[in-house]
Ligand binder design. Sequence first.
Ligand code: SF4
Ligand code: SF4
Length: 542
Amino acid sequence: MSDVPKPEELARIDHRPPELKGWMDMPVEIKQGIACYGGKPQNLEYVGLPNPREWSPFDEDWKLPENWKEIFLEGLRERLERFRSLKVFMDICVRCGACADKCHFFIGGGDPKNMPVLRAELLRSIYRREYTTAGKILGRLAGAREITVDVLKELWYYFFQCTECRRCSLFCPYGIDTAEITILGRELLNLLGLNIDWISAPVANCYRTGNHLGIQPHAYKDMIEFFVDDIEEITGVRVEPSFNRKGAEILFITPSGDVFADPGTYTCMGYLMLFHYLQDLGLDITWSTFASEGGNFGYFTSHEMAKRLNAKMYAEAKRLGVKWILGGECGHMWRVINQYMDTFNGPADFLEEPVSPITGTKFENAKSTKMVHIVEFTADLIKHNKLKLDPSRNDNIVVTFHDSCNPARGMGFLEEPRYVIKSVCNHFYEMPENTIREQTFCCGSGAGLNAGEDMELRMRGGLPRANAVKHVHEKHGVNMLACICAIDRAVFPPLMDYWVPGVNVTGVHELVGNALILDGEQERTTNLRGEPLPGMEEEEDV
Ligand code: SF4
Ligand code: SF4
């Protein structure tokens, strides 16, 4: 893990542009704490990515293939033909600057090349040189430049300082989506073997074992059985999940972060309790130890890789013969499902249009993908009065909700999580309006940047979100940040400790699990974390 300067130091941000210098005259300096380590050869080899070798972005020599320039430019040409959006985004920016101060990395770091307009300009300048008459003739005067090794390094450095969150696109009058430029920029870099290891290792793991962490099926099952024991200890009720069960009606898939890392594990316990509760009402659901990952780090590599990793979930649904898929609390998993699945691997017409077996609600929005978000599923149950809930069990927390970028901006999923949280908690406060819903600020560690070595970047990028949490922490005593994304649940704890100590992090189904009254349960004295429930502090001390 990289050393991070103290918060007081990091908060001194200089947003002034360098004097009398154009951006092309500012050479790239790849800094420790900001950049991630390069992808290891064994991970690239495993999934057949080009140019596997040991390399470091901090070395002078990146061990590029001899014909790297040709590969890059040919890749750009192909993508300009395939993706109309890229061609349009390369041509239509008027440099109005409306996006300039909207990126969390620019706000928290002050590096001008982290302004979305300039991030895109890094690639656009090469496009101009290759594809516009003005760029060919006038070069720099027309904002064009040739691709050199230093330019390539600059592209790498800044495309791996973008979390593909799309906040900037919301403010662009032309709808330019810098995240898409980053996505395609990263694809071009991948042609040369220039990925980061925090992405290429999860991709290889997922391809091999079915989840990003590389956990084998039996270990996945063991972990869930630990949660079953914990639930029994807390509630006196033994839940009985089934695994890889052929003929079940529904397949449940969640990000592996929910199974292997706190505080996601408590969210996982919430799912298990909910499924147990619904069993008598007609829920017939199975987990899979093979499709043990909802997230998709392939999406941070290339469209092709995202498609390959997405396919395994549907292959497993087909193998088990289920009718539809219920998906856990994840971020980019939902963006891939909502925006790409149909053209990647769909339509999944061997599955049925999802219908809740409890309420009869038809999830028409999932008609094509056949995959329903668990928060939507639970919101529907609450709306139909199907759950017995005691929100006072969450009275020791004051909650705010972070809209994760992908469900919020990638699928417009804004109301359901709030509805569920307000049904299971009595104390809820919103962060300021320009930091939530579509305008939400990124966690600062998405799109594969949640590594240990780029901690300074993460703390800088997370500053705008943390600042809004600080506001409600000080104004309303908020002590819990709820979210519906596994990456958020993994990266917010260190971010909160750094900027807003005293605020914990939870998934929505952890709160549901706390409030849910199971048939035959013993009097509960603790929440799912083993902490005393409100009013039970003394019993715990005895
Ligand atoms: S807001 Fe859009 S048009 Fe304006 S500078 Fe940014 S990307 Fe270009
Ligand atoms: S997509 Fe997000 S991280 Fe990337 S430039 Fe836009 S605001 Fe910044």
